[in-house]
Design a protein around this ligand. Structure first.
Ligand SMILES: NC(=O)c1ccc[n+]([C@@H]2O[C@H](COP(=O)([O-])OP(=O)(O)OC[C@H]3O[C@@H](n4cnc5c(N)ncnc54)[C@H](OP(=O)(O)O)[C@@H]3O)[C@@H](O)[C@H]2O)c1
Length: 237
């Protein structure tokens, strides 16, 4: 495993849910954590107790031009390098196929697909320089299969995230960058809180954070392209 102490990680949507759990967990492992979110005060409050010497909270809005570059620049200025990019921020619209609107699809495309692409493009020179750069895209099982009538537009966007992950892998493999699509089923966060299911039957964000920490600490010859995690019986997963 890599020595993770002092490695620098950027995580989008770090103020709650999966992103917050990952940010906290990696900070505890000695990473320099650059936490991005739309409301920087909310990001800061959500990471109270994390060692301030290893934490940068910065504004990041996936739909705002230039927000990504400002966040990356501030990260490199503060920590001097970048080793890991975690594209976590995401939105879900559950409309059935015939109810799916252009507006809802556009928002999912902007936040779930275009924003991670732009961040990846901006971060790749730094990740290449690391020699052991890592990119994690939080996709979904919805990026690998369509679950009946559930959230077809979201599934379309997450299938695109899988393609982005594969494309990034091919673009940067020779420079030591390893890329993983994390594909969970339901995770107990705000995103699933209206589903009416018992959160205890879902994947816990902290457990996902531990798996992600393991994946990004693996050495270059041990690449995990897709990490699938199911909370219930699924064909193939
Ligand atoms: N929960 C699940 O069952 C599940 C399953 C599979 C995959 N995922 C994926 O896991 C990731 C995290 O989801 P979650 O469950 O933690 O959801 P969540 O609790 O709803 O959190 C979503 C995060 O994304 C951020 N975000 C949304 N729009 C943004 C924008 N325009 N700019 C910057 N940040 C934005 C949110 O920030 P604000 O607080 O500012 O809104 C929040 O931090 C997403 O990519 C999601 O698709 C979730």
């Amino acid at each position: 495993m890599l020595d993770t102490t002092g490695r620098t990680v950027m995580i989008s949507g770090a103020n709650r849910g999966v992103g917050n759990a990952v940010a906290r967990h990696l900070a505890g492992l000695g990473y320099n954590v650059s936490a991005g979110g739309r409301d920087v005060d909310a990001v800061t409050a959500s990471l109270a107790g994390v060692d301030a010497d290893r934490l940068l909270c910065h504004a990041y809005d996936a739909t705002e031009a230039g927000s990504d570059r400002a966040w990356l620049d501030a990260t490199v200025e503060r920590f001097g390098s970048l080793d890991v990019l975690i594209n976590n921020a995401g939105v879900l619209d559950t409309s059935a196929l015939e109810d799916l609107t252009d507006e809802a699809l556009d928002e999912m495309w902007a936040v779930n697909v275009k924003a991670p692409l732009r961040l990846t493009q901006l971060a790749l020179p730094r990740l290449r320089a690391s020699g052991t750069g890592r990119v994690v895209n939080i996709a979904s099982l919805s990026g690998l299969r369509v679950a009946g009538a559930f959230a077809p537009g979201y599934a379309m966007s997450k299938h695109a995230v899988i393609a982005l992950t594969e494309a990034t892998k091919f673009a940067a493999w020779d420079d030591g960058v390893r890329v993983t699509a994390v594909c969970p089923g339901f995770v107990a966060t705000d995103m699933t809180s209206t589903f009416g299911a018992d959160p205890d039957t879902m994947i816990q964000p902290g457990d996902l954070a531990e798996m992600i920490a393991t994946v990004i600490a693996l050495p270059n010859p041990t690449s995990v392209a897709t990490l699938t995690v199911a909370c219930r019986l699924e064909a193939r997963f």
